[in-house]
Design a protein around this ligand. Sequence first.
Ligand code: EZ4
Ligand code: CO
Length: 415
Amino acid sequence: MLIERADVIVTSPGRNFVTLKITTDDGVVGYGDGTLNGRELAVAAYLTDHVVPLLTGRDAHAIEDTWQYLYRGAYWRRGPVTMAAIAAVDTALWDIKAKVAGLPLYQLLGGASRERCLVYGHASGKDIPELFDSIRKHLDEGFRAIRIQTGVPGLDSVYGVASSAAASVGGAGSDSRYDYEPARRSALPTEETWDTRAYLRHVPSVFEAVRGEFGEDIALLHDAHHRLTPIQAAKLGKSLEPYDLFWLEDVTPAENQEALRWVRHHTTTPLAIGEVFNSVWDYQHLIREQLIDYVRSPVTHAGGITSVRRIMDYAAMYQVKSGMHGPTDVSPVGLAAAVHLGLALHNFGIQEYMVHSEQTREVFGPTYEFAGGGLRPGEEPGLGIHVDEELAAQYPYERAYLPVNRLRDGTVHDW
Ligand code: EZ4
Ligand code: CO
């Protein structure tokens, strides 16, 4: 079975997505997600100009060989654009293989290791009352694990806090958008102001209030979005220990693996990192030295199912679990791939789940289902994705940037 053609679909049903569609000579179609938030067209061009010409005529079943051919064959290793493009190819080929086998993809990955993949939603509020409303909404919808982000007194807007109360309560059953931060469509990035001391003073009081109101049972998570130094991160981890977090995410900038050693020495709060990583090499020391508890790489940004499974097999030796990134900028194709893989992985931990907008769901037609606080992939052969290409064509690309962050004195800071 040969690859006959590969087409790149760029669509923007509320936000931009890059999808690769591979068609075989016997007419089997597979989809893969290559969306890279704010840099979508770079992946689209990488695919169209450099990868698609290599795919036609290749054996559609030779997934490992194609992965190695695109990774080693390019000579230029890793990088988010390359690895998102490879992910799109890899995922589409797995979709095809599972369709040909007549099995849902998770069956090819070893079968189900659990009934469903535990997910966490995003609760946020500019203040505590608004945050509580958002948490209640998520609990009503069945979420059992919730990420908590709030405004910080003195700062206008803060990462992860929905810009309106209506947006902050959107959950699984709701159509309200809460992919606040990435999809602001302006000609230039929005700029936010940041003050680490104000943040570090405020966060523990938020978790104290949340535990006081909602009890000990819910799994609570928090994302520091790469903004702290190792010693600040250590301080935050220690100050949150009484509130028993499921994890503290991205405490320091991701490039320096050594930083996590300092954090680890000071706190027992579990650590998650890696949503901006794109290869197993980014985790080499973190996993071997047991400096983290959860791997954040999603299928979409780390080379696809083939390579994320490889990362997770390595992680399993050290009791490190998966915690795949699942914001709305990972398309339903990427989320479907993550849920199939997560269902099969023995060392699955949790899956991030930001609900896509109604428009997005109409374009991609995902069949995964949210129930009992978790996601389950559909039972149909393949990924269980039905792209409506005519509808997709009605939503042309619109340039959109992630925000930029500055300290009070104007210095550019990590976002
Ligand atoms: O900032 O998806 O944990 N989730 C996050 C996300 C990321 C965006 C980047 O595209 O940190 O909100
Ligand atoms: Co994050």
